[in-house]
Design a protein around this ligand. Sequence first.
Ligand code: PHE
Length: 338
Amino acid sequence: MNDKIEELKEKVKNFSIENRETLEIFRTKFLSKKGELNEIFEAFKLIAGEEKKDVGKKINSLRTSIEDKYNEAKEKFSLLKKSVREEKDFSLPVNAYKIGSEHPISKVKNEILDIFETIGFKIAKGPEIEDDWHNFSALNFPENHPARDMQDTFFIKGNSEEKFALRTHTSSVQVRLMETDKPPIRALMPGRVYRNEAVSARSNFFFHQIEGLYIDENVSFSDLKQTLYYFVSQFFGEREIRFRPSYFPFTEPSAEMDIFLGIATEQDYKLTKGTGWLEILGCGMVDPNVLTNCGIDAEKYSGFAFGMGIDRITMLKYGIKDIRQMFENDLRFLEQFT
Ligand code: PHE
């Protein structure tokens, strides 16, 4: 028995605890239920008489020395852990602000504005609550004319003689610009517009437009075509475009422009209703009546205008299936556009 105690003493002495792993090995080897110290205790139970007292003392002192060695090492390694922690510099500034991301509509808007800015278009802005003159009358929509029904309008209740409404297009900004600036005018009007439409995956009661206006001497339809062709080649890549005759009260002639997507994928087939062509924008030569309404000499100047909805273009570009997702402010959606 005494030999066994001596043997274990030696073992413990020679065991070097170097890290947390060996500390744990030390514990299981010597101090756990199945450890070597317990083995000795088990044997000790069988000893009788005088010898028991003597051996008991020795075992107890062995136990204390094993526990001391264990506790000392344990302390050391937990201290070490603390000092590693202390090496970190907690005075460094924390990154307190989560950086947001640009909204997909803003991304597309900025991309389009950049393209037109390189060919000399500046940016013009105007109010979202408009009077009848700037949204309709100046743009050649006669009073009680069915053309006003083309755009379902949110009128604003009030006592005033003048009728106010949420603008239905940013053409109202074209009017404001022509009233204040002299030709040559070359500008883009980005902004939010409102129409009283049923909300669905494809349409909303508000959306975003970019309209463009170019007024100078001798501006012709071919200038319009080349400008838009340039835009398409920069934004969508080299693609075929086509113009279809259309009607807007403020342009004459008027057209709608399509780009060719093809029908190679199911998505393209659906988007283009099986034709391969996708409508992108409305455009035309500014009606001389509009120029006159805005105080520009229609004999001397001519111009073109165009307008596109950027929500649809954004959906097309990023494969967004439901227009409403863009306005729910769900971070899981928005964070995809960093
Ligand atoms: N204002 C028209 C719309 O909102 C678009 C357009 C602008 C058409 C300029 C022709 C010229 O539908």
